[in-house]
Ligand binder design. Structure first.
Ligand code: NAI
Ligand code: MG
Length: 398
């Protein structure tokens, strides 16, 4: 019996391509585990009316740790049409299995590290003094509250009477929207709870302390979104003052942060935000370190369930290539986050060093790193295929 059991959720499109690559690297690096396959994604929507079957939830519940590739989501109309004819008209409604996973297991803490690799041709550069080119070293870790905010699904178009009446109790609503016919109003509720906000803040501060980051930046907009962003900022000040006085607490507004991103990205360490702004900030910082081929993530619940996944999607148009060209690094990096979580740090550090060495050497580069358009012929034109990149990483494992 091996030491760990990992649930693998390859999902759709390139998710099912990059996940086996990561497992190849884990095996080569000496990680011992049993892998149990879990069904998730479009196929299960079409054939069962549920992209996240109960048996998959049970498997994750039992084994706690999952490695996830990516899934395909489509708009409601398409989802309805692609449902197996025997299931149509029976009340099945598509909803994203990723959001479903997060809510079912309350995976409320999402961590997205963005760290530059030396020699990555996709690293952000800026104009320095005179004619010099500066390549700042970026090491930012984004903590995104993963279950609340605008993603909680509490929303209406033409809100029901009770909701409309409740809105009318707010003077600002009366002033600004009082004359708009109710059927022309769409509302998405931005809900923050104290409990979940404290949890994401504590996770961010503890991480900063443990890994030596000097600052935690709350990236919201408390000057305008006073209740929800305001709550996070207020709690952050209390937590910093009472428990983490040695860590500097900074406050940036999401809009300004997007501008400062390209000005002084090296000055940020840990960033913490609600669900929506955390999503934005993490994609933006990922863009500075190479984009979707490099962006990894981890999601945790309070009771020990953890799901590790690249932030990219299923990139369906790349999934059918005879020789896959997508970059497996984001998936491999996500697997390294899993290794850290289960205390296999020697192996994760070995894999990260191997990735760093491949990138720095610069001989093996996937199409994205060569700034090519992602067509099948890129491999003929000098780009590494997905498996060539995997093999290069494996060849550097020491
Ligand atoms: P996407 O992330 O799948 O792809 C966008 C583009 O990014 C691709 O066309 C490709 O140019 C590039 N890209 C993505 N992964 C790459 C990799 N590993 N290496 C090199 N280049 C890479 O996002 P898109 O096209 O918006 O969505 C496609 C499908 O994925 C949709 O059905 C969407 O709902 C779903 N999706 C799923 C996510 C998940 O499972 N976590 C996250 C985002 C989208
Ligand atoms: Mg995103």
């Amino acid at each position: 019996m091996s030491k760990h059991t990992i649930v693998t959720l390859p999902g759709d499109g390139i998710g099912a391509i990059v996940l086996p690559q990561a497992i190849k690297v884990l095996n080569a690096a000496g990680f011992k585990a049993d892998y149990l396959h879990g069904d998730i994604g479009w196929e299960f929507w079409c054939n069962e009316g549920n992209p996240l079957p109960q048996r998959t939830l049970d498997l994750i519940e039992k084994h706690k740790i999952a490695l996830f590739g990516a899934i395909t989501s489509k708009p409601n109309e398409e989802a309805k049409n692609e449902l197996n004819p025997s299931l149509q008209g029976k009340g099945y409604i598509y909803s994203s299995p990723i959001v479903g996973l997060r809510q079912h297991f309350n995976l409320d803490i999402c961590i997205r590290p963005c760290k530059s690799y030396k020699g990555n041709p996709l690293n952000f550069v800026r104009r320095g003094k005179g004619d010099t080119i500066d390549e700042p070293f970026i090491d930012v870790v984004i903590f995104r509250q993963n279950t609340e905010c605008l993603y909680s699904g509490v929303e209406w178009t033409n809100p029901p009477e009770q909701v409309y009446q409740a809105l009318l109790t707010h003077p600002k609503f009366v002033e600004n929207f009082g004359n708009v016919p109710v059927e022309e109003i769409s509302v998405s509720a931005r809900i923050f709870t104290k409990q979940a906000t404290v949890r994401i803040l504590l996770a961010a501060f503890e991480y900063a302390r443990k890994f030596g980051y000097k600052s935690v930046t709350v990236c919201e907009k408390p000057n305008v979104i006073r209740e929800t962003s305001g709550l996070m900022w207020k709690l952050a000040k209390e937590i910093q003052k009472n428990s983490f006085p040695e860590i500097r607490l900074l406050n940036t507004n999401i809009d300004a942060q997007m501008m400062w991103l390209t000005k002084n990205p090296e000055e940020y360490g840990v960033i913490v935000a609600g669900n929506m702004f955390g999503d934005i900030a993490s994609d933006a910082f990922a863009g500075l370190i190479g984009g979707l081929g490099f962006a990894c993530s981890a999601q945790f619940s309070a009771n020990g369930i953890a799901v590790f996944e690249p932030t990219h999607g299923s990139a369906p148009k790349y999934a059918g290539y005879e020789v896959s060209i997508v970059n497996p690094i984001a998936m491999v990096e996500s697997a390294c986050m899993m290794l850290d979580f289960i205390n296999e740090k020697r192996i994760s550090s070995k894999i990260r060093k191997a990735i760093a060495s491949v990138i720095e050497e610069g001989k093996v580069r996937t199409y994205d790193m060569l700034k090519m358009a992602g067509r099948p012929e890129v491999v003929k034109n000098g780009a590494a295929s997905t498996s060539q990149m995997t093999d290069a990483i494996i060849s550097r494992l020491k």
